[in-house]
Design a protein around this ligand. Structure first.
Ligand SMILES: O=C(O)CCC(=O)C(=O)O
Length: 185
């Protein structure tokens, strides 16, 4: 999709009602404030500095309010194994995330990101190639294979994005990224 092997974008993966339920629940959970953007970690804490998941950072199972969507990802055949880690990212206007490839030894092949609240443009890059992808609320972005391992993904820190039909003024966006942790044996 979009000329990138292993990338799948599914608009309107969840209903408006499910979107509302998830956002409302996210908003009453405690936030971590150690990064410029606020985050919530479930299942395992990801250590951004060390770029690793330590088995001692196991927080427990995913919370019950994430079970329906985590189960749906498996029953729809989008994740081969149930995710055991989820990170919620909040981006206010002007915030983003640096171009990166998700930690290879930490997480399985499939990375799945659910978008909530306002839309944003994500950039995927590989050498000289660059693809801009509009992530709309309720949509799902799946990265596996080349898209996961060969392309970086990131959200530029800016207040507006250029889109086909004009300019998108950024507003608060929230994402929930689901992963399966690989624990070194
Ligand atoms: O916000 C997103 O959709 C992507 C988040 C992400 O790339 C990450 O948490 O590593």
């Amino acid at each position: 999709m979009f000329g990138i092997n292993g990338l799948l974008y599914i608009p309107q993966y969840i209903s408006q009602a499910e979107h509302h339920r998830l956002l409302e629940t996210v908003d009453v959970q405690p936030w971590r404030t150690d990064l410029a953007r606020r985050t919530q970690h479930y299942g395992y804490v990801y250590d951004y500095r060390a770029r690793k998941v330590d088995p001692s950072a196991h927080l427990g199972n995913l919370p019950v309010w994430l079970h329906p969507i985590a189960t749906q990802l498996c029953t729809d055949g989008l994740m081969p194994a149930a995710p055991d880690q989820a990170i919620v990212n909040e981006y206010t206007s002007g915030q983003g995330i640096a171009d990166h490839i998700d930690c290879v030894p930490c997480f399985d092949d499939m990375i799945v990101s659910l978008s909530l609240a306002a839309p944003v443009v994500m950039q995927l890059k590989r050498q000289e190639e660059q693809v801009a992808l509009l992530l709309e609320p309720c949509s799902l972005l799946l990265l596996r294979g080349e898209a996961r391992y060969r392309w970086t993904h990131g959200i530029p820190r800016r207040r507006q994005d250029r889109v086909v039909d004009g300019v998108l003024h950024r507003q608060r966006r929230v994402s929930i990224t689901f992963r399966k942790v690989i624990l070194a044996s």
